[in-house]
Design a protein around this ligand. Structure first.
Ligand code: GDP
Length: 434
């Protein structure tokens, strides 16, 4: 999917435009309780294209002088995006910071579309002309607050999308990524996996941008580790900023079937781990929780059990994800990882038979009838699996309002128990059918 970044000095309206572009999407995305959201990266849609949008303004490189911040955000945009929306404030004219951004973008050779924001009405159109001086051709007038002009701007943006380079039509291959905060041992784990017996590395592909994916096979199964470049290439100024690594993680998650959420056993679970895991969950990916550096933990009786209990408590939304304790350093239990990846991936793409599904739902109803809401009784007529990755079910009911989320959760658990969906989220939607 193509990536569009919005760049510009502070207060030109980047977040407003970002929210305009992705707003409707975000409201239908389920929010995971207990996980704070960073709205800096999201999917958007225009005509027949879906693409991802980055709000570089959300990546605050705090403590830095304005000009440095603006410069680094522009740099991130250049590195991560296929097309850049350069946003300026029509009411303030060109400022020094705008010129700074322009200079950087100019050198990048990335397509840039110039958006002039805060042009709220037709009379203000004449403010546009001075922006030709920035050197990016026609400026597009928009009004973030009124939602005007975005269509024309997006038409132009879409024209610059690269041809679809999708090399992921290989259905048998499992694409997975390792996600976690710096130093949990992601790169070490990648090396340990690739160093396993009978692992044959076939291709370390430098795809677009600087993502380096590694393809390999083991026991005739094909795998691809997504975006290890973020792990291997280090030392950039902004690599250390949390939101930038979040951005990298989100991009890797999106391209994965399975996400390994890596935790450092030695330092325990922190808020950042939860947030990262929350993204993988919301993206609907199959998930394995990997507790690395298990060698470094002083073990007593029950240490593993206690750690797992803690994980279950901290990651309540990942109750379906299996937990593996291992060590990249000693390679202990590394060999259990790929079989686990295969298992959760199969569950993630599993389709269940409709008649069996409806039997399970009927049994569930008989065991635990739906509670009435305001004297009204929920009737479930029929359930069907509408898609996979993740498995998604539609329950046809008399009135979707009567489907309480606790009851939905109950049905989900019945489906899980009956069909064994270890490691994958499941989505259930209630739809009306009279
Ligand atoms: P990344 O930032 O997540 O890619 O982490 P690295 O793979 O670079 O590892 C960070 C540090 O943790 C390095 O010093 C590794 O040697 C160390 N490390 C990685 N895995 C293990 C492990 O299983 N046990 C121990 N004791 N140290 C580890």
């Amino acid at each position: 999917k193509s990536v569009v970044a919005i760049v510009g000095r502070p207060n030109v309206g980047k977040s407003t435009i970002f929210n305009r572009l992705v707003g409707e999407r975000i409201s239908i995305v389920e929010d995971t309780p207990g996980v704070t959201r960073d709205r800096i990266y999201s999917e958007a849609e225009w005509l027949h294209s879906t693409f991802n949008v980055i709000d570089t303004g959300g990546i605050d490189i705090s403590d830095e002088p304005l000009i440095v911040q603006v410069r680094e955000q522009a740099q991130i945009a250049i590195e991560e995006a296929d097309v850049i929306i350069f946003l300026v404030n029509g009411r303030e004219g060109i400022t020094a910071a705008d010129e700074e951004v322009a200079k950087i973008l100019y050198k990048s050779n990335k397509p840039v579309v110039l958006g002039v924001n805060k042009i709220d009405n037709y009379e203000m159109q004449e403010l546009l002309y001075e922006f030709y001086a920035l050197g990016f051709g026609q400026p597009y007038p928009i009004s973030g607050t009124h939602g005007l002009g975005l269509g024309d701007l997006l038409d132009e943006v879409i024209k610059h999308f690269p041809e679809d380079l999708d090399d992921d039509e290989d259905e048998d291959r499992i694409n997975f990524s390792l996600i976690g905060r710096p130093n949990v041992g992601k790169s070490s784990l990648v090396n340990a996996i690739l160093g396993e017996e009978r692992v044959i590395v076939s291709n370390i592909a430098g795809t677009t941008k600087d993502a380096v994916d590694t393809e390999f096979s083991k026991d005739n199964r094909k795998f691809k580790i997504i975006d290890t470049a973020g792990m291997r290439k280090r030392g950039k100024v902004y690599e250390s900023t949390e939101k930038y690594s979040v951005l990298r993680a989100l991009k890797a998650i999106e391209r994965s079937d399975v996400v390994l959420v890596v935790i450092d056993a030695d330092t325990g679970i922190i808020e950042q781990d939860k947030r990262i895991a929350g993204y993988a969950h919301e993206a609907g990916k199959a998930i394995v929780i990997v507790v690395n550096k298990w060698d470094a933990v002083d073990k007593e009786q029950d240490t593993m059990k206690k750690f797992e209990d803690d994980i279950r408590k901290q990651f309540q939304f990942l109750s379906y994800a299996p937990v593996v304790f291992l060590s990249a350093l000693t390679t202990k239990r590394i060999h259990t990882l790929l079989p686990m990846v295969i298992e959760v991936s199969e569950n993630h793409s599993k389709r269940v038979r409709t008649n069996l599904l409806n039997e399970v739902i009927e049994d569930a109803l008989a065991m635990n009838p739906a509670p009435s809401i305001k004297g009204q009784k929920l009737k479930i007529l029929y359930t069907t699996q509408v898609s996979t990755k993740p498995p998604t079910f539609v329950v046809f009911v008399n009135d979707p309002e009567l489907m309480h989320f606790t009851y939905e959760r109950f049905l989900e658990n019945r489906i899980r128990d009956a069909f064994g969906f270890v490691g994958t989220p499941i989505k259930i939607y209630a739809r009306q059918r009279k």
